[in-house]
Design a protein around this ligand. Structure first.
Ligand SMILES: [Zn+2]
Ligand SMILES: [Zn+2]
Length: 427
């Protein structure tokens, strides 16, 4: 589909049937799909939207089941550890409380949010929206709630937490017997069901039920003073005057921008922050272990080496990829993308967009080491026999993970394609 002036005028008059690609900005006439098919952008390969049989009822049932599992996972013992006849019982919250007691409130808050609060909000939010919609009425603030749920998707990380549990269990199995409690079984079911809730719901099933509040109907003009702006959250396309700066989406009420605001500057600031934190994150210890009078401080790399030489090379590899490779890779890719946009590169835009999507998707897995620390400090609190405390390295490392995730969120991949379009216009 070409975006010539003549075509753009045609687009403006029929814009509800038009969809813009979130990753490259290309406009498409919304195709009629049959169930089970996906509309994909032919320019950058992004998924535009997909058609399914109604997913709302199934998601509601799964959300209710998730709520029950969440309660069980949090009130019953999670993991029990037996060492020299002493049994220590831990719950999901124990590690978070320990981090707080050890003077790391921000780290405790991060783990509490990503492993407990955000997943719980996903579950409650879905029930709040889907139950009334099933009964035939629109819940209050539905647009705000669903918009928030869409943003929270990337920040609820219980599947990463599960990987953290597995790594911790292998580490602890060398010094004690670890017995999974009832909560850990509920937790595993919860992970699968919550994944089905988060990825199984077709967002269009909710968005299409929300009213579109168009205050003033705008007719397109031939002076080219209007512009089509796609909502970052719900993909609704609005026709706006070029000169007016502040707008909100008529459907989900998110603020509308032609491109993410100050994308380049913000992304640079966050990438530089991540680089600064990267050094203390790797140089300072993430855990202090004391067992029978013997004290040991571990950094991220010494943890990897420990697993490598204790026969668990696969765990060493997982930690090495999640904690060392992924953060460096994210920082380097983001720097490359930023420079390529600033130097107006026209080289392989599709591959660069793909790189961006990978960066956005893998970042969360770096949290695994932070969760391992949380679980270790929860489980190994046996006074002089054995105890583990978190080190400042863990705080700096989580700052690296969070700032690279925000950096990826702030980068606007459409800037890669804007350069392409401008250079095409000059030909
Ligand atoms: Zn695209
Ligand atoms: Zn919207």
């Amino acid at each position: 589909m070409e975006r010539s002036k003549q075509h753009q005028v045609k687009v403006l008059t029929t814009f509800p049937e038009i969809i813009a690609c979130n990753d490259c900005g290309k406009l498409f006439k919304r195709p009629e799909l049959i169930n089970g098919t996906i509309a994909q952008c032919d320019r950058c390969g992004a998924k535009l939207f997909y058609k399914t049989a109604d997913t709302a009822n199934r998601t509601l049932a799964l959300s209710l089941a998730c709520l029950i599992l969440f309660v069980i996972a949090n009130i019953y013992p999670f993991l029990n550890m037996r060492i020299e006849g002493i049994v220590q019982e831990t719950k999901m919250i124990t590690g978070i409380v320990q981090l707080y007691r050890q003077g790391m409130p921000l780290l405790a808050l991060l783990v509490l949010s990503t492993a407990m609060i955000f997943p719980l909000l996903q579950i409650i939010g879905m029930i709040y929206l889907l139950l009334p919609l099933k009964l035939g009425y629109l819940p209050r603030k539905a647009a705000l709630i669903f918009r928030t749920l869409c943003h929270l998707k990337a920040w609820g990380m219980i599947e990463v937490y599960l990987l953290g549990i597995l790594v911790s269990m292998i580490k602890l199995a060398k010094m004690a017997t670890v017995i999974p409690g009832l909560a850990s079984i509920a937790f595993i079911f919860l992970i699968f069901l919550l994944a089905a809730v988060v990825s199984g719901l077709n967002p269009d099933d909710i968005w299409k039920q929300l009213p579109v509040k168009i205050r003033k109907k705008r007719e397109p003009d031939t002076q080219n003073s209007t512009v089509l702006v796609s909502c970052h959250t719900c993909s609704f396309l609005s026709c706006l005057p070029k000169k007016e700066v502040h707008h909100i989406c008529p459907r989900c009420e998110a603020s509308l921008h032609l491109r993410k605001t100050n994308s380049i500057r913000r992304t640079w600031a966050l990438v530089i922050t991540a680089i600064i934190f990267y050094f203390p994150a790797n140089m300072l210890p993430i855990t202090f272990t004391s067992a029978l009078g013997h004290e040991q401080a571990d950094t991220i790399l010494s943890g990897v080496i420990y697993f490598m030489f204790s026969g668990s090379w696969h765990i060493a590899l997982i930690i090495f990829i999640a904690s060392v490779i992924i953060p460096i890779m994210k920082i380097l890719i983001l720097i490359y993308l930023l420079l390529s946009v600033q130097f107006r590169s026209v080289w392989k835009p599709k591959d660069r967009t793909r790189l961006y999507r990978i960066t956005e998707a893998v970042g969360r897995w770096s949290m695994v080491d932070v969760y391992v620390v949380t679980i270790l400090v929860a489980m190994v609190q046996m006074g002089p026999l054995a105890s583990i405390e978190a080190g400042m390295g863990a705080v700096y490392f989580s700052a690296v993970v969070v700032s690279t995730m925000f950096a990826a969120e702030n980068f606007d991949p459409r800037l890669i394609w804007d350069v392409m379009e401008e250079s095409n216009e000059h030909v």
